[in-house]
Write a protein that binds this ligand. Structure first.
Ligand code: PXP
Length: 245
């Protein structure tokens, strides 16, 4: 339990900057994704997280290309486990790929990936990403079976889905915390890194940073929302401070 208080890496998810740009049907070049990444990195973010969705509703292929070329800090590409996405990742070589489930109608990523069900397919994908020195994480619910399957397919990390824990209250929230905690301990025991994210606001960071062996948090919507009033630089700095032990 000694290294439970490792410094936590902050990944800033800038999909929401792209959403703002795309809201005019992609006719504007502002706000710039690269500028958002550079400001975040300068303010202390160690990673930029982007989700190239199959429907391209926010991040576009050219954003992935540009960010992977300029690399202001680590680049974490969230994507569905499809051949199309794998091809893009192998070409652009982000530092990390995070496999996420994807449904066209959802507002955002709503649940964890079913690694157990997709085990065979994901194992092959992880192998080809590793050949290009790309690390891989699995975005999963706090479920031991999913953690074990992630280890079997050779994942470097799991990103635990915090979205339900954030939204739920009372007993349900306590139970969800216990599941996340047990999954974090299992992840560490099986030799993978513990990442977490989704739906986290400023106050949630106080508690989530107590998750055992947590190494990385990916936060998007709340940082970008706070930045509307305080600017991105200050918002990233505030969250960096908040996730410090
Ligand atoms: N991690 C993953 C895997 C996600 O899919 C998302 C949302 O794109 C986030 C983190 C960030 O979530 P939020 O924008 O709610 O902070």
């Amino acid at each position: 339990m000694k290294n439970q208080k490792k410094k936590i890496r902050l990944g800033v998810n800038i999909d929401h900057v792209a959403t703002l740009r795309q809201v005019r049907g992609g006719t504007t070049i502002y706000p710039s994704i690269l500028e958002a990444a550079e400001i975040s990195a300068k303010a202390g973010a160690q990673q930029i997280t982007i989700h190239l969705r199959e429907d391209r509703r926010h991040i576009q292929d050219k954003d992935v290309e540009l960010l992977c070329k300029k690399r202001p800090c680590l680049i974490n590409l969230e994507m569905a486990a499809t051949d199309e996405m794998l091809k893009i990742a192998l070409k652009r070589k982000p530092d990390w790929v995070c496999f996420v489930p994807e449904k066209r109608q959802e507002l955002t990523t709503e649940g964890g990936l079913d690694v157990v069900k997709l085990e065979k397919k994901l194992k092959k994908m992880v192998e080809s990403l590793h050949k290009k020195n790309i690390k891989v994480s699995m975005f999963i619910a706090g479920d031991i079976k999913q953690v074990e399957a992630s280890a079997r397919i050779g994942a470097d990390a799991v990103e635990l889905h915090t979205g339900h824990w954030v939204l739920w209250k009372a007993d349900k929230k306590r139970k969800e915390w216990q599941s996340l905690k047990a999954a974090a301990l299992k992840t560490h025991e099986l030799g993978m890194n513990v990442h977490a994210g989704h739906g986290l606001d400023f106050i949630d960071c106080e508690r989530i940073k107590k998750l055992p062996f947590l190494e990385e948090l990916n936060i998007g919507h709340s940082i970008i929302c706070h930045s509307v009033f305080m600017g991105l630089n200050k918002a990233v700095k505030a969250f960096k401070k908040q996730i410090k032990h």
